[in-house]
Design a protein around this ligand. Structure first.
Ligand code: SD4
Length: 295
């Protein structure tokens, strides 16, 4: 085992500055990559102003807020929950699925009963603001995913701890006003998140259906395994979607990645996506390269 301490690194999707700083600080104090990622994303799960993650997330078209999340640890173990109502910290709940059950994923009522058994506090996730926005939406009931909701979107986070181990977490309320029961990429291991401690990790945000079709995060880790930089691997994953789907201008797909050397990268279809990067105590916002140059 390598006893040399590494500089910890945290990266996350969008401009979730506080969440990434929280993970960076926790890593600097020696927290494991997995626990730091869960602590980092919890900042957004609990942020009621964020309408696409955790409490305060936009509901489905019937008014229910349903959350999706997953985590993956340096041993390759993982856990996930899908379509969970009434519990805010679904990344932490995903870890419990990983550690305390023989399964990888629990969905819906089963996940909720499991959360209650594990002592998670039940909460009302539909805030007054998101209820008012939903009421407004009902007037037209037009389902139209918004390409970029800067600062307010799914959070996927990758951490490297002082032992050089890599883990990640991804958590979301999914697409606003989605169909009841719809689950996106975020809780799907390999789509919304994938890590391999020998290689690195990747996380996704954007149109979950497209990310699932290309198993984007797994693809990026495999491309890095074969020698691609995190940046080039993210680009190739986005290009797979662009080559296959002529309607790519109508949605956003964005990836972040980190390799075992601590190099990072990101790529997306539309301008407006940024990545946060915590390195050597510095928490920076890095605008992502994008395929479409102008909107
Ligand atoms: C989903 N990928 O549920 C998530 C949502 C998201 O930008 O990231 N929106 O499809």
């Amino acid at each position: 085992m390598n006893s040399k301490k590494r500089e910890p690194i945290a990266i996350c999707t969008w401009a979730f500055e506080k969440a990434n700083a929280a993970a960076g600080a926790a890593l600097s104090q020696g927290m494991s990559a997995l626990d730091a990622a869960i602590a980092g994303v919890a900042v957004e799960e609990e942020n009621i102003k964020n309408t696409t993650v955790g409490k305060g997330g936009a509901p489905d078209r019937e008014g229910n807020v349903t959350l999706d999340a997953c985590v993956m640890d340096p041993t390759g173990n993982c856990g996930a929950v899908a379509c969970v109502e009434g519990y805010t910290n679904v990344a932490a709940l995903s870890k419990k699925v990983m550690t305390d059950t023989p399964h990888v994923m629990l969905a819906g009522q089963g996940a909720e009963e499991f959360a209650a058994k594990k002592g998670f506090t039940r909460d009302r996730l539909l805030t007054d603001d998101s209820a008012a926005a939903y009421k407004e939406w009902l007037k037209t009931s037009e389902y139209k995913p918004i390409i970029n909701i800067e600062n307010h979107d799914t959070i996927g986070m990758l951490c490297m701890d002082i032992n050089g181990d890599i883990a990640g977490a991804c958590t979301t309320s999914g697409l606003s006003y989605k169909m009841k029961g719809r689950v996106g990429d975020s809780p799907i291991i390999g789509a919304g998140l994938f890590t391999d401690n020998e290689v690195g990790g990747a996380a996704a945000t954007g149109m979950g259906e497209e990310i699932m079709k290309s198993v984007g995060s797994f693809l990026i880790v495999e491309l890095m395994r074969n020698g691609m930089s995190p940046q080039d691997a993210c680009k190739e994953a986005v290009m797979r979607t662009i080559r296959k789907n002529p309607d790519y201008k109508d949605f956003q797909v964005a990836y972040i990645a980190m390799n075992k050397r601590g190099e990072t990268g990101s790529y997306c279809i539309h301008p407006g996506f940024t990545m946060m990067e915590y390195k050597q105590g510095d928490n920076r916002r890095i605008p992502s390269n994008h395929y479409i140059s102008k909107e």
